[in-house]
Design a protein around this ligand. Sequence first.
Ligand code: 13P
Length: 250
Amino acid sequence: MTVRKILIAGNWKMNWGPGSVAEVDLVRRGADDLSGVELSIHPPAVFACKVAERLAGSAVRLGGQDCHWEPSGARTGDVSAGMWAEVGAAFVIVGHSERRADHGESNAVVAAKAASVQAVGLTPIVCVGETLAERQDGRTLEVIGRQLDESVPDSILNQPLVLAYEPVWAIGSGLTPTPQQIIDVHASMRAALAGRAADLGPGVRLLYGGSVKPSNAAELLALPEVNGALVGGASLKAADFLAIAAAAPM
Ligand code: 13P
């Protein structure tokens, strides 16, 4: 049987404040009681070293929110996967819907980024998700299937990988899909992976993301084929982030 340790990843997005270091310290301390769950914090890139310092020696992982697909060079404003590796990150999120929307990232770009993350020995967290219009048109599974095919080619499936289903309309909105809607998408993702790489796909963790909070975490994390959560707003407060992690079935 494949054992997939639950991963609770905190995507801090473009948020940082005077209390942020203290929140990192609190997560670090709280994680001692949560050894059955893997935790990661994904701060804005400029604060990565600071967070890495605070997490040194703890089980809480550092993660990036994005990277360029090239290893180095004339790419103003970007950071590479190798740079994330150098500051001690374990994961890099790629293909978040905010990157896809704000920066016009295509599935091909996302695939290149994921490959660059794996090339330096880190694990990409590749995000997929439908818009509200796509869901209302009944195209959710088709959209997710295409994003998976094109953002996660077989070469990427052969190496450490996490996938995150984040419906665009559930991000930051307080709305979440019904349990059955999440079950349907995660089952279709698992089936797609199994169809392509029967021996490799089972190890891939499938996270759910979009308005995960302490009050809904237990229900969401108990759903079949939900192997963790990608948390935005509720990850900024250690107490909420830890409460979400504590709600995971262990
Ligand atoms: P919220 O948890 O704020 O809805 O954000 C989800 C998200 O986009 C995580 O990557």
